[in-house]
Design a protein around this ligand. Structure first.
Ligand code: SER
Length: 597
């Protein structure tokens, strides 16, 4: 096997698929555009859902990219040697251009010839078949034709070998996963790829998007079948480099070295310290990517900002645990930036924002800790009155939940005053809270990755009209800083140093409604980024040089680079009304608006 670095693997993968006729496309923002149902981009295919569903992609029908992803289902369990909140995914897609045979052949060729993996160490899984779709003999026979012996092909049920739909309905299909056999003995007769004993490492997943699940739960065969594949960079380089954990690869060792330097602790010397070191490294890395994203957000109490806040605070807490008393996040962030600024130029572009926000949040949290300590002192006289010398789990959880006060600190303070803490009770309260928030997250996921209902489509077009209207009324300096659409309303953030006047709000509403009444046609043109720029199309130009993009025009009124979808004519949209204009953060205003029928 070739002990490739992340940079080498990224390049090798892209070059390989380009040599097979694929076009490299830019990875998308970590923050999904116009998709209210998930907070972050969770897989390489996520930004491509509309195209898998049938829309034409401007770059063609064979695509390849690397995509930054975040999965924060359970932040509080990150800390073990294998979980990451941020990771990169390599992927190649066929939008009706090729299917199983070519996809598997490409995978096999890349794994064996380019990564130098011994075919004897490859094991694969295919779908075992059920009432919805047949046993995947087709995929198995392609693997066999390439030389994978029968005993290395495992037929697995839907739970293991079916991917999607991402929401309740949409494209999905059987998949074929590729594993490296570590050579360790099997844990038992049922040991198989996907078993958690550690014999097999998953490295790549080819999804055969051949079905569309509908509202009735039926799986309908799609007329245009697509391929979606995903290879996690961090876990793959760990396997190639023969490392036991992703934290031992070069994308983490410089970060960990910095944490070691700051704390004077050595990674690998103490299990509990190791966990804190991993948490600090992982969380600051993820925070840098959220802050430095092309649609980056600041810490806050909602949505992505809240996740970011939790990541930062958890890192600070573990820093304290390791004895760091001063601000340290920027020191670690500097290392993250130097590791990733070539692959992700947006990080360098937003450098000032990244460091400013980290510093602010770190200082704010230090204040919170001080306040929490004060709060604790206030509770003391009452606690002293009782006979029990135990602080209840409920109270400890309240300190944690309300003041972000870590249980370790509660225990420390308690001890100083002759108290113990009911840690078990705290953990129970904590667990209960987590179940509630997990249920919430699942609910959110169920909504579907891409809600392209009539209502959101119309609000999407309204967003373009609003963007243009704002620049007409307020001035050409107005730029979109964020957009979020639900079925009920649109939300639009833009730069403006002051509140809008009532008159300005009315003018913007009128201008938008005028365009709706004119029943303007909405048209799409595919062109290069430079052509779009030359036309003056509004865009967050994060696309690669020379890359083709879609430009949506609404009559002559607005031109924007965008993935769509949009209404075909504005006349059907309804009446546009701004329901709120408020401050979002310094220099940023936020508009919430609705379309009324
Ligand atoms: N969508 C599949 C995954 O996330 C393959 O890319 O594993």
């Amino acid at each position: 096997m070739k002990a490739l670095t992340a940079n080498e693997l990224r390049k090798l993968y892209i070059d390989f698929f380009v040599s097979k006729g694929h076009r490299q496309i830019s990875g998308a923002s970590l923050i999904p555009e116009n998709d209210p149902t998930v907070l972050f981009t969770t897989a390489g295919m996520h930004p491509l859902v509309p195209y898998i569903l049938g829309a034409e992609h401007p770059a063609g029908d064979r695509l390849v990219d690397y995509q930054k992803c975040i999965r924060t289902g359970d932040i509080d369990s990150v800390g073990d040697p294998h979980h990451l909140t941020f990771f990169e995914m390599l992927g190649n897609w066929s939008l009706g251009a090729y299917f199983k045979k070519e996809a598997i052949e490409y995978s096999y060729e890349f794994l064996t010839k380019h990564l130098g993996i011994d075919p004897e160490r490859l094991s694969v899984t295919v779908f075992a078949g059920d009432e919805n779709a047949p046993r995947d003999e087709e995929a198995a026979s392609v693997w066999k034709s390439l030389g994978i012996s029968e005993d290395r092909i495992f037929y697995m049920p839907k739970e293991d070998n079916w991917w999607g739909p991402a929401g309740e309905t949409g494209p999905c299909g059987p998949d074929s996963e590729m594993f490296i056999d570590t050579g360790r003995p099997a844990c038992g007769p049922d040991c198989h790829p996907g078993c958690s004993c550690g014999k097999y490492f998953e490295i790549w997943n080819d999804v055969f998007m051949g079905y569309r699940k509908d509202e009735n739960g039926a799986y309908n065969e799609m007329s245009r079948k697509c391929i979606d594949t995903g290879m996690g960079i961090e876990r793959t380089i760990a396997i190639l480099q023969g490392k036991k954990s992703v934290y031992e690869t070069e994308v983490f060792t410089p970060i960990i070295a910095k944490v070691e330097e700051l704390t004077g602790r050595k990674y690998g010397a103490d299990e509990e310290d190791d966990m804190s070191i991993r948490i600090i490294s992982d969380h600051i890395r993820t925070s840098v990517f959220i802050l430095g994203d092309q649609r980056g957000v600041a810490p806050s109490n909602v949505g992505q900002g809240y996740i970011l806040r939790r990541l930062i605070r958890r890192a600070v807490r573990h820093g304290r645990k390791l004895g760091i008393e001063h601000a340290f996040l920027s020191d670690v962030a500097t290392v993250v930036l130097s590791l990733y600024q070539d692959a992700y130029p947006e990080l360098k572009e937003h450098e000032a924002f990244i460091f400013d926000e980290l510093k602010k949040e770190e200082a704010k949290f230090s204040d919170t800790l001080v306040k929490g300590e004060r709060e604790f002192e206030k509770m003391l006289p009452n606690l002293m009155k009782g006979t029990s010398r135990t602080i209840s789990g409920r109270l400890a959880f309240k300190l944690y939940d309300t003041y972000g006060f870590p249980i370790e600190l509660t225990e420390e303070l308690a001890k100083e005053h002759g108290f113990t803490v009911d840690v078990k009770g705290f953990e129970e309260a904590f667990q209960k809270h987590q179940e509630i928030s997990r249920a919430g997250a699942e609910q959110q996921f169920k909504g579907g990755l891409a809600d392209h209902s009539e209502a959101t489509t119309a609000l999407h077009t309204a967003t373009h009209l609003l963007h243009k209207a704002l620049s007409v009324v307020l001035g050409g300096y107005v730029k979109q800083l964020g957009s979020n659409i639900t079925a009920e309303r649109l939300r639009f953030d833009f730069n403006c140093p002051r509140p809008m006047t009532k008159e300005e709000i009315r003018q913007v509403e009128d201008l938008v409604n005028e365009q709706i009444q004119k029943d303007l046609p909405v048209t799409i043109d595919v062109m290069s980024v430079d052509e779009a720029r030359a036309l003056g199309a509004a865009a967050q130009f994060d696309a690669k040089y020379g890359e083709k993009v879609k430009v949506y025009s609404i009559g002559d009124f607005s031109k924007e680079v965008c993935g769509g979808p949009h209404v075909e004519h504005t006349g059907t949209m309804g009446h546009f009304r701004i329901v709120k204009e408020q401050s979002s953060s310094a220099g940023v205003r936020r508009i919430k608006a609705v379309l009324e029928k």
